[in-house]
Design a protein around this ligand. Sequence first.
Ligand SMILES: [Ca+2]
Ligand SMILES: [Ca+2]
Length: 491
Amino acid sequence: MHPEPNKGPSRQPTLPVFRPLRRAGLALLFAGAVLPALVPVACAQGPPNILFFFLDDMKWDAVGYTGNSVITTPHMDSLATRGTNFENAFTTVAICGPSRASVFMGQHMARHGVITVQRGTYTAAQWAESYPAQLKADGYYMGFIGKHGHGNGFTGTFGTFDFDKGYDVQGSYFGQVIDGESAGGRHLTKFMGDLAIEFLGEAVDPAKNPGAAPFCLQISFKSPHNPLQPDPAYDSLYSADTIAHAKTDTQAQFDDLPSFIRSTSSAGTAEWNNNFNTDPKHQASVKKYYRLVHGVDVQIGRALAALDDPDGDGDNSDSLTDNTIVILGSDHGYTHGERHQVGKWYIHDESIRVPLVICDPRLPATLRGKRVSQMVLNLDIPATILDYAGVPRPAVMQGRSLRPIIEGNPPADWRAVFLHDHPAIPTVFKNEGVRTEAFSYTRYPNNGNVKQLYDVTVDPYQRTNLADDPRYASKLAELDALTTQLKADAQ
Ligand SMILES: [Ca+2]
Ligand SMILES: [Ca+2]
């Protein structure tokens, strides 16, 4: 058993004056529950609850609110209508384990060191500075459901979660066992939705959450990660639709890739050859992927309904909706045939761009339903959660709170560049580079230092590699040096 570094009296609250207020939200509810008249009180005060829906390999535009006219995601669309839609949200590493660690730790891979296959776990001291451990130490009632995805050696999260329904590595869409409970006949996504509802019930149950603490729940769905096995209940969805191919789903764009990525053993090429290299296969695969996303949307709808009636008695007077921050995100993006590639791993926008919506119901209508353009990162999610909770951000975190942007006060010094740094793993090639608002640059240090440079202001689909264009030699050198500098800074 690992120690639980943030439990017990050793860690003093950093804001003792504020701390008594911290539990006010649910405490009001419980105070109502113990009165003879049983007058429930809505939770509109005190630190907010956090409900974080986290998808896996979610293409940024596989959701209705981006204008996708095929997929049906009414609950995600509703969150965008009520929250802030970050149109330039990115991951700093386009693969499951390291990005998920960044979302827990607020750190680049170079600092947290959770590198899929090579090392997939945390030290106790590291974990103590994760957002869940920080919230736990501050008194939050903590829940986690679903995939960690950290690979070999993952040993858990040191008892942080009161409701601990995580698993490693990938899980199965059918027959998954979580914390000793089998999914039975349920699709994994439905199973996770049921667990979310169970958690919300526990969060308002004095027997489970006797301190009446605010809650934080992260639901890490497996969907729409491979294999493409949606709930059979959705088999007929999109059957009459035609999926459009990406503009870069061409042989010419494939031919423009480095030769090692074009090899048949390279992960993105192999997956395209297996499941996307004819139009019928492309249609079938994307539709299955969309059904997986739709399945998540259904469970998000169920969880939001449970948030509005957590004890499930049909009466909404115990609703937590008005004091719960809802976050929708993904560990990284995905390609569906762009450059005849299927997957993630590289710096092209389809792989690094992610959906991100944050909905704060406490804000006035003028600050909701917005689209914002700042470049924001997976690293920023934990800093944002801690900011909402009123918990100081550990100095080791490298991300920044998104709350000022959400509240209409974007900092003047907001980032204009970020590092993407991907490890070498079997069938995927080491790559590192930078994305600015104007340029995307990457290099492959283990493969002859091949380089790619795109001017996304005029070439948003990244069709023309400028790395060998002498007109861009100085820009290439500048971004190459910047990559080296940001890699050093990230450690
Ligand atoms: Ca993933
Ligand atoms: Ca109720």
